[in-house]
Structures are given as structure tokens and as C-alpha cells.
Design a protein around this ligand. Structure first.
Ligand SMILES: NC(=O)c1ccc[n+]([C@@H]2O[C@H](COP(=O)([O-])OP(=O)(O)OC[C@H]3O[C@@H](n4cnc5c(N)ncnc54)[C@H](OP(=O)(O)O)[C@@H]3O)[C@@H](O)[C@H]2O)c1
Length: 332
């Protein structure tokens, strides 16, 4: 199946507007047990449906997600744009190189298309980051460089090294719009593609849970939920009533367009200026096929206005902190 391609930032990478997130391949408490064969089948189906962009990380199941993606892309590597990240524990430039080499080993690949810093590495001098990434690009192990979870100050700081940054992976959905305040306009200004994650807020925007207590524990850790829920780390009061009121307002908007809430939610993120590709997760092939229909959704001004109004109270409550999980923002 054909799917259009878009340039990722100022790079040469031509990516599908939807990217398959591979955190789910790690299974475990968060995503539930998954077999390797079902994930291999999912990647194969994604390629057949026109998706060429895959996002993984060493942190996802301690390398398990990278390993499974490597198995899944055997024989079809040339059809894929593979994005991974640098391990969350980096203390030196050498750690960046070692992390990338371990990713290549697990992925069984000679190079990755996009290497991203997973969370800002502030303890490391920016020149060391630039030197390590420059070296990896020179050796052909990395085609392009991106960051994740970089706020305005961190981004400006790293841009100061002259290192080309093609993308910034950030949380963005109808229920997590904090990046609209500052970082999204800044990325647009610098030609850096915003590469949004959690467009469905880990399933909430599919409408499958009608009340806060129905949401599985690990997914009720975000700042939308009460801070005294199990596993929560943000310590805030949350905005459960605003969040579920927003879902109740979004549902009829989707119905009026005869589309699913998931498609509406993914399409809304994909339609934002500065976004080249949206990373979504899928539990199985049925969800994958359903989510791809988001590409057919077109918006008119009145729908965009209705969605803005439906989600304004959540946006106002959560404020300019894009951190989904921590009240004391990890963004600078
Ligand atoms: N850089 C970062 O810090 C960061 C952080 C988070 C995520 N990410 C990346 O972004 C990717 C996607 O984000 P995400 O997984 O957090 O969130 P998401 O795409 O918002 O949600 C994915 C989950 O929603 C459910 N779902 C998806 N489509 C559905 C449908 N049509 N009907 C019903 N349920 C559906 C599935 O849950 P079930 O599996 O339970 O069915 C799926 O696993 C990750 O895989 C990862 O690659 C990056």
C-alpha cells in the first residue's frame, strides 16, 4: 500500500506521517505480555500498509524492543527508517558511542537512521555530545540526530554547538497540549520536526475507559490523574473530572464525522504545523489497521474550534509543563 512521505526536519529522511512506536514490544506490567511472533507480524503488517518509520529505545524492556524490531526487520531493512535512542544513563561521550553500538548489535543493523537523546543529558558538556554524535555520523553508524523531551533552554543550548538536530520527540495529544506554549513554536522556527508521542495518551483517547478507576494502574500515572494513585510520582491533584469531561465532549465530535475517537485524536496531532510524523502504539494488527485510517481524516475550522474548546480546561489545568509524569518538570 502507498503512503505519502514527508521530510524529517532538514534531514534527507523521508518518513511516513505515522510511525509505529515499539515501546509496546517490551510487554511487561505496562503493556501486558506479548509474543515475539505477534510483534514481528505487526511490523510486517505496518510495512505492508505503508508505514516505514519505527521508534524504539534501549530503555524499552532493557533492549528487548530493539531486539524484537531487529528480528522483525530481517530481510526488509531497506524498507524501514529506524529511530532509536541513547541509553538514559550517559556520563561521557564514550557512553553515547557504546549505547549506539549496543543498539546496533541488538537491532542486527550496521546503522540507524535516527539516533535521539532520550532525556536531556545536562551533566554532559554539550561539546562532548556534539563530538560523539559527529563521530557516529562520520563512521556511518547514524544518519541523522534528534532529541526527545528537550524544552526551549535545553534545545537552544545544544543548537549552540552547531550540531544539526532534525527532530524533537515530545508528548502531544488533544489532552497534552503543553508544547503549544513554547517548544512547538521554537522547533518550527528552527526547522526541527516535532515527533509527537502518546497521541492517544496511552489509550485514553480511544474512549475505551469511561471513568478514571477503569484505567489500568501504570497508565493512570500521568498528571491527569490524582497524585495519590498507585505508582504516581507527580504529587499533584490531577484533573480527572476535566479529562473525562473532555473525552465526553470529543466523543460526539468523532461521531458527527463518522470516525473513531482514535482516528480523530491521531489525525489532530498529524495535522499540526511542524509535525512530520506521529508515533502511535498498537496492541495488535486490528488497532494498527484502525489507526491508519486517521490519515483520511480532514478537518474544517469548526471541528478544530470544537476540539480546542473541548480540551481547553485540561490544557489550562496542566499548564506549560509538558512532563506527563512529573509535577516538578524535567523540561527546561
Ligand atoms: N521519547 C519518549 O520519552 C517516549 C515516551 C512515551 C512513548 N514514546 C514512544 O511513542 C510510542 C507511542 O506512545 P504510547 O505508546 O505512549 O501511546 P499511544 O500511541 O498514545 O497509545 C498506544 C496504546 O493505545 C492503545 N490503542 C492504540 N490504538 C488503539 C485502538 N485503535 N483502539 C483501542 N486501543 C488502542 C493500545 O493499548 P493496548 O496495547 O493496551 O491495547 C496501545 O498500546 C511508544 O511506543 C514509544 O515508541 C516515547
Amino acid at each position: 500500500m502507498k503512503m505519502i512521505r514527508r521530510k524529517l526536519g532538514l534531514s534527507e529522511l523521508e518518513v511516513s506521517p505515522l510511525a509505529l512506536g515499539c515501546w509496546q514490544f517490551a510487554g511487561g506490567d505496562y503493556w501486558g505480555e506479548r509474543t515475539e511472533s505477534s510483534q514481528v507480524e505487526l511490523v510486517s503488517a505496518a510495512l505492508d500498509l505503508g508505514i516505514n518509520f519505527f521508534d524504539t529505545a534501549p530503555a524499552y524492556g532493557d533492549g528487548e524492543s530493539e531486539r524484537v524490531l531487529g528480528v522483525a526487520l530481517k530481510g526488509r531493512r531497506d524498507k524501514a527508517i529506524v529511530a532509536t535512542k541513547v541509553s538514559s544513563v550517559i556520563h561521557s561521550a564514550d557512553d553515547i558511542v557504546k549505547s549506539c553500538e549496543e543498539s546496533l548489535r541488538l537491532l542486527q543493523m550496521d546503522f540507524v537512521d535516527l539516533l535521539q537523546i532520550h532525556w536531556p543529558a545536562r551533566e554532559l558538556p554539550r561539546e562532548e555530545i556534539a563530538a560523539a554524535i559527529g563521530g557516529l555520523q562520520k563512521s556511518g553508524k547514524v544518519r541523522a540526530f534528534g532529541v526527545c523531551n528537550y524544552g526551549p533552554k535545553d534545545l537552544a543550548d545544544l543548537l549552540g554547538t552547531g550540531l544539526p538536530i532534525v527532530s524533537n520527540q515530545l508528548p502531544y495529544s488533544l489532552l497534552s497540549r503543553a508544547i503549544e506554549y513554547e517548544i512547538l513554536p521554537l522547533c518550527r522556527k528552527h526547522g526541527i520536526s516535532v515527533f509527537p508521542y502518546s497521541p492517544l495518551l496511552q489509550g485514553l483517547l480511544t474512549g475505551r475507559w469511561r471513568k478514571p478507576d477503569e484505567v489500568p494502574i501504570p497508565r493512570a500515572r500521568t498528571r491527569h490523574f490524582r497524585g495519590n494513585r498507585p505508582q504516581s510520582r507527580h504529587g499533584e491533584e490531577g484533573c480527572e473530572s476535566e479529562t473525562f469531561a473532555a473525552l465526553d465532549a470529543i466523543r460526539p465530535i468523532a461521531e458527527s464525522k463518522a470516525i473513531s475517537m482514535s482516528d480523530l485524536a491521531i489525525a489532530w496531532v498529524a495535522a499540526q504545523e511542524g509535525v512530520s510524523s506521529v508515533i502511535f502504539g498498537a496492541g495488535d494488527r486490528t488497532q494498527l489497521e484502525a489507526n491508519i485510517k486517521a490519515l483520511d481524516v480532514k478537518f474544517d475550522e469548526s471541528t478544530l474550534k470544537a476540539l480546542d474548546e473541548a480540551t481547553a480546561a485540561v490544557k489550562a489545568h496542566l499548564g506549560a509543563n509538558p512532563d506527563l509524569w512529573m509535577g516538578e518538570s524535567r523540561y527546561r
